[in-house]
Design a protein around this ligand. Structure first.
Ligand code: C2O
Ligand code: CU
Length: 456
């Protein structure tokens, strides 16, 4: 046991999993269940759950610890678990056909890996994700700082989801609706936070609260504001900002996270809200009832969270630049694309369930978009030649957007791109293995917006 740990620590920055040790791993079972997610007058909803809960119970560990979960698939279709945003050992990344084989119904797979970074992450299936996540499979993975965390009265995960419910409060079918796939994706009609439409907590005036927002929706982009809460964004996609940024409104694309540190400025007996903005109006995502006073005055501004051990970018202007052109979708100009190397017209593509393409390819290519030497700084120039926004997600690494003036943005693992927008991202390819790069609007990735790269 002890010699095993020493060997692991010495091996490399990202240790190999200890496949032999299957004892004492907690089980994470994907299975059917019912949950109270619909509005009050509706019956319970049949869902797919982790260990019976929707969303799955948050997994909380500390930076540097190992996560060990025996994933058991009790669904009637194959599955995997992807640990979104974690700079993980490639074999643990949960991508069927790329990093592991699918876990068949009744089978299990041991996920066992180190958590190099503190922050707010999450987990979800990566097989038929557009259906499995719409049916409820997702959960928060919180990696606590070993030191330097802000002192807060409450530290709450707010996992935001968007459900498409039918008249009887059940999850609507139509997962393969090509109209959704070619437009904004499967947009729902009911929003929950931690599985409820009425999430609320009691807080004291001037109390400081950490809110960990996770957008677990298939495709909906949330615009979030607050009322009676004032504070800062301290981290995006798990990674601390160099300096806390004043929070007044933020956009959260599918799969993105934001850590807020906010003070309750509403007065006693008032309410404070986290608000989802929709056009000119808003709705309560989270409600805080204010009772009592924590301190007479507001606390001083928080410090930045301690940085995670991410490699610093090399010279960005000298870095190799790879182009990725996104095409397709409704109101696009795509006339055809290849599948398995064969050119297909639009109707043939639609029949094959493909409505988008990356660099003219509508299916996951056999060859990587590019290969990088471990440690190389690379740039990917992404051109959104479509009429839709997309949320581009890179596995196994965090990247920075290269801004027009040559400076770089914050570390992220998912970037929202506007229609017709072009962006450049740069990252240090320092995690060996095969990694996906895809749109996190799940109907878009299934419909053709998926590629991969290799770090050797
Ligand atoms: Cu959140 Cu490819 O995943
Ligand atoms: Cu997309």
């Amino acid at each position: 046991m002890i010699s095993g740990l020493v060997a692991t620590a010495a091996a490399s920055a990202l240790p190999r999993p200890l496949h032999a040790q299957t004892e004492a791993a907690e089980t994470l079972t994907a299975r059917a269940a019912t949950a109270r997610i619909a509005p009050a007058d509706y019956p319970d909803t049949a869902v797919w759950s982790y260990n019976g809960a929707v969303p799955g119970a948050p997994i909380r560990l500390r930076q540097g610890e190992r996560l060990r979960r025996l994933f058991r698939n009790d669904l009637d279709q194959p599955g995997t678990v992807h640990w979104h945003g974690i700079r993980i050992d490639n074999a643990m990344d949960g991508v069927p056909g790329l990093t592991q084989s699918v876990v068949a119904p009744g089978d299990s797979y041991l996920y066992d890996f180190e958590l190099p970074d503190a922050g707010t992450y999450w987990f979800h299936p990566h097989n038929r994700a557009w259906e499995q996540m719409a049916r409820g499979l997702s959960g928060a993975l919180i990696v606590e700082e070993t030191n330097g965390a802000p002192e807060v009265a409450l530290d709450e995960v707010l996992l935001i989801d968007d459900w498409r419910l039918s008249e009887d409060g059940q999850i609507a079918g139509g997962f393969n609706d090509m109209h959704d796939w070619a437009h904004a994706g499967r947009i729902g009609n009911w929003v929950t936070v931690n599985g409820t439409g009425g999430w609320r907590r009691m807080v004291a005036r001037n109390a400081r609260v950490r809110l960990r927002l996770i957008n677990a929706a298939n495709a909906r982009i949330f615009n979030v504001a607050a009322q009676g809460l004032e504070g800062w964004i301290v981290a995006l996609d798990g990674m601390p900002l160099d300096a806390p940024r004043r929070f007044d409104q933020l956009t959260l694309a599918p799969a993105q996270r934001a850590d807020l540190v906010v003070d309750v400025t509403a007065t006693v007996d008032e309410k404070a809200y986290l608000v989802g903005l929709e056009g000119n109006s808003g709705y309560a995502l989270a409600t805080f009832d204010v009772d009592g006073e924590a301190h007479a005055e507001r606390l001083p501004a928080p410090n930045a969270l301690p940085a995670n051990p991410v490699s610093a970018l090399g010279a960005v202007n000298e870095a190799r630049r790879i182009e990725l052109r996104m095409e397709g979708g409704a109101m696009g100009s795509m006339r055809g694309a290849t599948m398995s190397g064969r050119m297909m017209g639009m109707s043939e593509l639609v029949n094959a369930g493909k409505v988008w393409a990356f660099n003219g390819m509508a299916d996951m290519p056999d060859n990587p978009l590019f290969e990088a030497r471990a440690g190389e700084t690379v740039k990917v120039a992404i051109v959104n030649d479509t009429a839709w926004p997309h949320a581009m997600h890179l596995h196994g690494h965090h990247f920075r957007q290269v801004l027009r003036d040559g400076t770089t943005g914050p570390l992220r693992d998912t970037l929202l791109m506007d229609r017709d927008e072009s962006v450049e991202i740069a990252f240090v390819a320092d995690n060996p293995g095969d990694w996906l790069l895809h749109c996190h609007m799940l109907e878009h990735s299934a419909g053709g917006m998926m590629t991969w790269l290799r770090v050797t």
